[in-house]
Ligand binder design. Structure first.
Ligand SMILES: [Ca+2]
Length: 238
């Protein structure tokens, strides 16, 4: 049988993965130490694609590893497109365990992002395709999520990039660092209303990447971004 991985469990619940056995068998198998803990541990020279990883304390999960962008080993935790057919207006528990399709519109799952980010020190790259379809990055040199009992509070380091710092600016209405995650049925934003219900998504508001059709990143694009993706990998120290 070509399927060698009886232990593989697809944990995402709302949509099946477009995973073919061949995609899972790109010369890829667990080492004696087991599965990689993240995409940075996938062996050098491997192509971008779908891999099995096993973060500490979790079952093996399926993720997309971007191995070609400047510096290999990025793990994709989010993708969205302006043309998305999914609504993104999901519940706390659906955001918790993730949804969508790995190649196009996708949320890995807030719980998995938390579990992964506690393994090592991580950095994050927000990739924004602006209204003219130019690709811009916003990098933060540290990234982690606290656990669910602390609302998956977001921790971000120092910004660099050309997309603009839409996440750690000083404005009380736009800062994301230290904010809790919100979904339509769990309002933890600092606004008097319910941002997740108003915008139809889930986030540490006010940026809107997890939203249907109105992707917004600071002043770079306001409701008219073409697409987004979020990558994480271990932080570099020097
Ligand atoms: Ca509120």
């Amino acid at each position: 049988s070509p399927l060698k991985y009886p232990c593989l469990r697809v944990l995402h619940q709302t949509a099946p993965f477009p995973v073919s056995p061949s995609a899972l068998l790109l010369g890829y198998s667990p080492s004696q130490e087991g599965w990689p803990k993240d995409c940075s541990e996938v062996s050098a020279g491997s192509p971008s694609g779908i891999y099995i990883i096993q973060p500490t304390g979790l079952q093996p999960i399926v993720v997309y590893c971007e191995m070609n962008v400047t510096g290999r080993g990025w793990m994709v935790i989010q993708r969205n497109r302006q043309s998305t057919e999914i609504t993104w207006a999901e519940s706390w528990s659906t955001y918790k365990y993730g949804f969508g399709k790995l190649h196009t519109k996708y949320w890995l799952g807030t719980e998995y992002i938390h579990q992964i980010s506690r393994q090592k020190l991580y950095q994050v790259r927000f990739v924004i395709w602006d209204a003219a379809n130019n690709t811009k990055f916003a990098d933060y040199n540290l990234f982690s999520l606290e656990d669910e009992s602390h609302g998956y509070r977001l921790r971000l380091g120092t910004y660099s990039g050309l997309a603009g710092d839409a996440m750690t600016t000083n404005s009380a209405s736009t800062v994301h660092d230290n904010m809790k995650f919100s979904a339509k049925d769990l309002n933890q934003d600092t606004y008097s209303g319910n941002c997740a219900s108003s915008y139809g998504g889930g986030w540490w508001y006010s940026v809107r990447l997890n939203v249907k059709g109105a992707i917004t990143w600071g002043s770079l694009c306001n409701g008219n971004c073409k697409a987004s993706a979020i990558f994480i990998k271990p932080a570099s120290y020097c």
